[in-house]
Ligand binder design. Structure first.
Ligand code: FE
Length: 163
């Protein structure tokens, strides 16, 4: 039997297997009051990321446009988009094609957790569709570094999620 590690071709990156919902509360990165994300995979080659979004308050998340596709899987709680009729509920899978522009609304204070795979960027827009900000895999990495440094895990804690 060859050594397990020797089956990897040269330059292949290590796999990543983690508990999606972490035991350690500190792994959640604050995004806004009562809103957090938990990085799962920060892909700097594709400019994409997988994260869990967790919201613990009723309210609205800033309207934004997705130039690239988004894939989602609802784990817990209910939410909807102001611009659409469907209700996202546990077990629902979503595909949001490029160009999708929406405002996520959580109706109750019950916890919601959804996994999103965002590709490229999210562009925050105002009422007229004008750009007011953006997020990409690199701003996500910076947010993680800042948070993990502040809470004592060290900024390098984020490295395990980066490929
Ligand atoms: Fe979105």
């Amino acid at each position: 039997m060859p050594e397990k590690s020797s089956v990897l071709p040269p330059f292949a990156k290590p796999d990543l297997i983690i508990d999606a919902v972490p035991e350690d509360e500190r792994v959640w990165v604050p995004q806004a009051p009562k809103i957090w994300f938990r990085p799962l995979l920060l892909d700097t080659n594709k400019g994409a990321w997988f994260n869990l979004l967790r919201v613990r308050r009723a309210g609205v998340l800033t309207r934004h446009r997705h130039p690239g596709p988004v894939y989602g899987y609802v784990i817990k709680g209910h939410w909807h988009y102001l611009e659409h009729d469907f209700v996202a509920a546990p077990g629902k899978f979503l595909f949001e094609p490029p160009g999708e522009t929406h405002t996520l609304v959580v109706d109750s204070d019950d916890e919601m957790i959804t996994m999103f795979n965002v590709n490229g960027a999210m562009v925050y827009v105002d009422e007229e569709g004008g750009t007011i900000g953006y997020e990409d895999v690199f701003t996500k990495i910076e947010m993680c570094m800042k948070h993990y440094e502040e809470i004592g895990l060290g900024s390098g804690y984020v490295e395990q999620f980066i490929r």
